[in-house]
Design a protein around this ligand. Structure first.
Ligand SMILES: CSC[C@@H](O)[C@@H](O)C(=O)COP(=O)(O)O
Ligand SMILES: [Zn+2]
Length: 220
C-alpha cells in the first residue's frame, strides 16, 4: 500500500487538502463496503465556479488507497488545468456534465454488485423505479415514502463523450430531468449532491434501495 507524504503532495493541489482528504476517505469507505473495488469508481468535488474547477480522481488508481497525489484539477470541459498532472479519470466528462448544474458540488460513482446486476435485469424497462421505501427520504428533497424515484439506465460504452451527451440531455429534460442520479448498464451508479456529505449520503441511500429491490426479487 502506498502511503502519501507531504513531499509527494503537489503544490498546486495543496490548497485543496481538505477536499482531497475527504475524497480519499470516501474511497476507503466505499472500498470497504465493496462499492469501489480495485480501480473502479471515480469521485470529484467542484472547488471553484468562476471559472469552474473540478478536482477529480486520477485514472486507474486503487480507490481504497488514494494518495494525496492521485487527483487532477480539470476545467468545465474536462481539460487539465495544470500541466504535469496524472491523467484524470476516463469518465471525467460525466463529472463535468453533472457539475454544469450550479447546485452540484460533488459527484460520486460506484461499481457495486447490486447496481451492476440490476442495471442488466431492468435494462429493457430503461430504468428502475424505487417507490414506497422509507429510506427514499434520505434523498435530497424527498419528504415521504410515497415518493417514486426513477433511476434511468444508460447503455454502457467506452466512448464517454457520447454517454456524457446523453446524460446532459437527460439532466436538462423538461419532462423527467435527472434529479438524484442514474445507472450505466453492467457498470455502476452516478450520483451527486451540493457537497461531498450530501453526495455520500445519496449514494448510501441509492445503494441501500437497490439492494432492497434485488433481494426482494430473490425472495419471490
Ligand atoms: C475496473 S475498470 C473501471 C473503469 O473502466 C471505470 O468504469 C471506472 O469507474 C474507473 O475509471 P478511472 O479512469 O480510474 O476513473
Ligand atoms: Zn466506472
Amino acid at each position: 500500500m502506498s502511503i502519501s507524504t507531504e513531499s509527494d503532495f503537489p503544490a498546486h493541489l495543496q490548497p485543496y487538502a481538505e477536499q482531497i482528504d475527504g475524497l480519499r476517505e470516501v474511497g476507503r469507505v466505499f472500498w470497504e463496503r465493496g462499492w469501489s473495488v480495485g480501480t473502479s469508481s471515480n469521485y470529484s468535488v467542484v472547488v471553484d465556479r468562476n471559472p469552474t474547477k473540478i478536482l477529480v480522481t486520477a485514472s486507474g488508481k486503487h480507490k481504497g488507497r488514494l494518495s494525496r497525489a492521485d487527483f487532477v484539477l480539470v476545467d468545465s470541459h474536462g481539460e487539465p488545468i495544470q500541466a504535469e498532472q496524472p491523467k484524470s479519470s476516463a469518465e471525467t466528462l460525466l463529472h463535468c456534465v453533472a457539475a454544469e448544474d450550479s447546485s452540484v458540488g460533488a459527484i460520486l460513482h460506484t461499481h457495486s454488485v447490486w447496481s451492476t446486476v440490476l442495471s442488466d435485469r431492468f435494462s429493457a424497462q430503461g430504468g428502475i423505479l424505487l417507490e414506497g421505501y422509507e429510506m427514499l427520504k434520505g434523498l435530497s428533497g424527498v419528504t415521504t415514502h410515497e415518493h417514486a424515484e426513477w433511476l434511468p439506465i444508460f447503455e454502457n460504452t467506452q466512448h464517454i463523450p457520447d454517454l456524457a451527451a446523453k446524460v446532459k440531455a437527460a439532466m436538462q429534460s423538461p419532462e423527467q430531468p435527472l434529479t438524484h442520479g442514474y445507472i450505466i448498464r453492467k457498470h455502476g451508479i452516478y450520483t451527486w449532491g451540493q457537497d461531498l456529505d450530501e453526495a455520500f449520503r445519496q449514494i448510501e441511500i441509492l445503494e441501500f434501495l437497490l439492494e432492497c429491490v434485488a433481494r426482494t426479487g430473490a425472495l419471490s
